[in-house]
Write a protein that binds this ligand. Structure first.
Ligand SMILES: [Zn+2]
Length: 255
């Protein structure tokens, strides 16, 4: 059985999720409802910024994280989520995943101190070519973030290209080279990937799995995940066009 949903308007997508859940339950597929939040920049957009919607004001971000901590949300990793899906296990109530795309320096200067204070785990998706570039995290900063044990690194490929436009050799390079780079430079096994600009297809899912990733996130809206969807996990975008009450509504999924 599936429960009734709170009415939150995301252009009727809730209704779609509702139907998807019903179909999954008829097919006997194991599903879990877990919001995976997607952030980019935390900061104030510069005057000439062409995509200011990717920024969340630091004060609002702090309020959001304090809300999670105060209300006993449990931040888990994508690995925790996909493992629970595979093994048909339950997750703690109020499980939530936090993801940050692109590896901007504000993660180190603004985000991390707030996460650490509230003991909130997160996953950081990095394109290896951008490490040490201006406005991006440095290798040294990544090393120090990893030491905290509350930050997991995921791949955002090598060069942040639209994977659907690449030939097979280049696709495999983007998937594997980023993974081995992290293993060599940071001594971490990477299990998660975020497809750049959310572009993917069946072939990319196949090659991602073959390259040793256990899960992948996309940019489409959703919070319902099933055992067959570990390589196209939907996320909930948190941008600068919301206030705290919108944030609370978006994460308040009955589970
Ligand atoms: Zn990106």
């Amino acid at each position: 059985m599936y429960k009734s949903f709170r009415t939150i308007t995301e252009k009727g997508i809730i209704v779609k999720e509702n139907i998807e859940e019903k179909i999954a339950s008829i097919k006997g597929e194991y599903t879990l409802r877990v919001p995976i939040l997607m952030y980019h920049h935390i900061g104030i957009p510069p005057a000439n910024e062409i995509r200011p919607q990717l920024y969340v004001h630091p004060d609002l971000f702090r309020q959001e994280m304090e809300y999670l901590a105060k209300n006993k949300y449990k931040t888990i990793t994508l690995e925790n989520l996909t493992s629970a899906l595979m093994h048909h296990k339950k997750l703690p109530n109020k499980s939530i995943v936090l993801t940050f795309d692109d590896g901007y320096i504000d993660f180190y200067t603004i985000v991390f101190p707030i996460l650490k204070k509230n003991y909130i785990k997160s996953t950081l998706f990095i394109s290896t070519d951008n490490i040490n570039k201006p406005n991006y995290l440095s290798l040294h900063q990544l090393q120090s973030l990893l030491k905290s044990k509350i930050v997991t690194i995921g791949s955002h490929t090598v060069s942040h290209l639209d994977l659907t436009r690449l030939n097979e050799n280049r696709l495999v390079f983007e998937l594997i080279k980023s993974k081995t780079w992290f293993l060599n430079k940071l001594k971490v096994q990477i299990s998660s990937i975020a497809y750049p600009i959310g572009k993917y297809n069946k072939k990319i899912i196949f090659e991602t799995q073959k390259s040793g990733y256990t899960n992948a996130v996309i940019t489409n809206y959703g919070y319902l995940h099933n055992e067959k969807g570990a390589y196209n996990l939907k996320r909930i975008r948190i941008g600068n066009n919301i206030i705290l009450s919108d944030f609370i509504r978006r994460i308040s999924i009955e589970n």
